[in-house]
Ligand binder design. Structure first.
Ligand SMILES: C[S@@+](CC[C@H](N)C(=O)[O-])C[C@H]1O[C@@H](n2cnc3c(N)ncnc32)[C@H](O)[C@@H]1O
Length: 273
């Protein structure tokens, strides 16, 4: 996977709409934005969302936390951010590369919670530790990391009654092989290796009523990847004979192409070792 693209998707109007819809699938699928075991203590909590995209996770969280909670979103690109005039006063969005080993000194160790979601298209060479090290530098001792991912390797592609459904199966095969995603299932173990405690894992498939929406989203992700025109992606799509319209017509017949919501949380210890 040496020639893997750095970013598999595109940024623009429809990708932003998809990210925003996807957020609500996550939220209603799991029942929360912030894992219920993460305590928000103190009047002036600081929460960071890394790779925030459209900022939707933070913007929605802003409706649930006191105005004194400061919410910081970062991304390598600000092209999907709302206009700053439209942000709540406690939401701050800026540009930052989370693969840089040394985040700005003024951001180090100040956050009570650091959240990451949907980095699976960005993790280089199947190794999330560059992102994890960056996230842990931002976190204060005793603060929590929450990392949310879809796991294609535990995805499901099948017809309405569980029978084979060839076009959606091809899409799942593509999602499973376009990058090395084996790190997603290992994330809680990786947290342990990095010395985190209070580790919890959540693994949930979409609810039945979300099945068509989740399947449409999977199709639209492939559509975005096609539009990226990256030669490696285009080659893999062609090799598997993928057709989004044909997969979508199977979805309209009740087929499913979905991936589970996987959430891992862990606490940065107060003392090292
Ligand atoms: C699939 S989107 C997910 C957006 C958001 N987390 C959500 O769940 O709606 C992945 C985001 O990660 C950002 N990203 C990728 N590599 C990054 C990096 N090295 N540093 C910061 N952001 C990055 C992308 O620009 C993109 O906005």
């Amino acid at each position: 996977m040496g020639d893997e693209p750095k970013y598999l998707l595109i940024r623009g109007m429809y990708p932003s709409i998809r990210l925003n819809l996807q957020h609500y699938l996550w939220k209603y699928g799991l029942g929360y934005n912030l894992h219920p075991q993460i305590p928000l203590t103190g009047a002036n909590c600081k929460i960071a969302d890394l790779g925030t995209g459209t900022g939707i996770w933070l913007l929605d969280l802003a409706q649930q936390v006191p105005d004194s909670t400061q919410l910081y979103g970062f991304d390598i690109s600000d092209s999907q951010y709302p206009h700053e005039e439209h942000l709540p006063r406690n939401v701050h969005l800026s540009v930052l590369d989370h693969l840089s080993p040394n985040p700005p000194i003024e951001l180090q160790g100040i956050f009570d919670v650091v959240h990451l979601r949907l980095f699976l298209g960005n993790v280089p060479g199947g190794d999330p530790t560059g992102f994890l090290k960056h996230a842990l530098k931002l976190l204060r001792p005793g603060g929590y990391i929450q990392w949310d991912e879809f796991d294609p390797l535990r995805g499901v592609a099948e017809g309405a009654g569980g029978e084979p459904s060839p076009e959606v199966e091809k899409i799942l095969k593509f999602m499973q092989t376009v990058k090395d995603h084996s790190w997603v299932e290992r994330l809680p173990v990786t947290f342990k290796e990095f010395g985190l405690d209070n580790i919890e894992v959540v693994f949930a498939h979409e609810q039945l009523w979300q099945r068509k929406m989740a399947s449409e989203m999977s199709c639209s992700v492939i559509d975005e990847m096609e539009q990226s025109k990256h030669p490696v992606i285009a080659g893999k799509l062609k090799a598997l004979g993928i057709s989004v319209p044909m997969a979508f017509s199977e979805v309209m017949q009740g087929a499913r192409i979905t991936q589970p919501f996987c959430v891992a949380i862990g606490r940065k210890p107060f003392k090292a070792g």
